[in-house]
Design a protein around this ligand. Sequence first.
Ligand SMILES: [Mg+2]
Length: 265
Amino acid sequence: MHPLLEKKGFIVDVDGVVGRGDTPIPEGVMAVNRLRKLGKRIVFVSNNSTRSRRILFERLRRFGLEIKEEEIIVTTHATAVYIRDENKKARVYTTGEEGLKDELRLAGLEIVDYDEADYLVVGLNRYITYSDIKKALRLCLRNDVRYIATNPDRLYPAEDGPIPGTGMIVGALYWMTGREPDVIIGKPSRVIMEQALKTLGLEGEEVAVIGDQLDVDVPAGKEIKADTALVLTGVTTEKNLNELKKRHGFEPDYVLRTLNSIFGD
Ligand SMILES: [Mg+2]
């Protein structure tokens, strides 16, 4: 039996583990459903900052995953929860798309224009304009404004090559002002990982963190002292594994061809 099967809970990444965009990865989906049948607690954690939890939930259900909406932690929702817990009356200006705005509103937070804001929330926006960046810049220059970034992803691999992540905005603000976010919510930050442990009701030592990105999922697992397993169904492949290990200097506890490999398949 694979040693990871002794864990009580699993924190599972979405893209590259159970799906690629809108397409399911059958081995990943099957493995999660098998873990569930064994009575394991499961929570999905995604750095996606453009989609609401509801939208991601519907996508995972379409993949054939038997899950509840509460078992999904996505940076849009996690950011909203974090700010609500810190300051219920926060007035937020965000660079983000509708998915992020929806979650901020659902958490009871007020979304305002930049000159009324005391929180700047930076999330990816694929339609961002010069004016949006100008507003974020002006908030960034104010010390009385709290600056939160949904996630630190610099870029994503797409079918036709790399595409910009939230880093395109965080990076632009840093270049202009020298300021970095006060808090980053998404992996490898422990903020989102602690929300995941809270959802599972477990300690880090009792869970395994599964993901496809050596520089994101592995340090995220190490933040909470969980065992980590890298799957080769996404960004990391058999071909680039050694090169990525050298480049990032992280070592997962286990490498799995697919998530289903923990069942010996
Ligand atoms: Mg991934």
